[in-house]
Design a binder for this molecule. Structure first.
Ligand SMILES: [Zn+2]
Length: 110
């Protein structure tokens, strides 16, 4: 399994990789959206034997990163429990906040 490169060398590496797409999320770009990438994602996850090389990386924004990570691990990882949307709400449909959404707003008369 490849090891992550840490320290200042790792920061430089990350910056260089992000610069390859002009700092934009590749997944959003494919969908016609322009979103700033905040993550350098490993296409084949290091945890699954992927290599830490440029060819195995792509630049993603946080929401895309969460989505592809969940896909990569077949939703087996506890990603749903800690997924947070752009509005600060949990992304899991099972989360009480989201379940309550379908009901009447708090304080309303039923
Ligand atoms: Zn994206």
């Amino acid at each position: 399994m490849g090891e992550r490169i840490r320290g200042s060398a790792g920061v430089k590496l990350r910056k260089r990789r992000l610069a390859r797409t002009g700092g934009l999320c590749e997944r959003c770009e494919a969908a016609g959206r322009v979103t700033l990438a905040t993550r350098v994602d490993h296409i084949q996850p290091l945890a699954l034997g992927g290599e830490d090389v440029d060819e195995n990386t792509r630049n993603l924004c946080e929401p895309c990163h969460l989505e592809v990570t969940a896909e990569q691990f077949n939703h087996a990882a506890p990603i749903e429990g800690r997924g947070i949307g752009r509005d600060g709400r949990p992304t899991s449909a099972d989360h009480p906040w989201n379940r309550d959404r379908s009901g009447p707003p708090p304080g309303s008369k039923v």
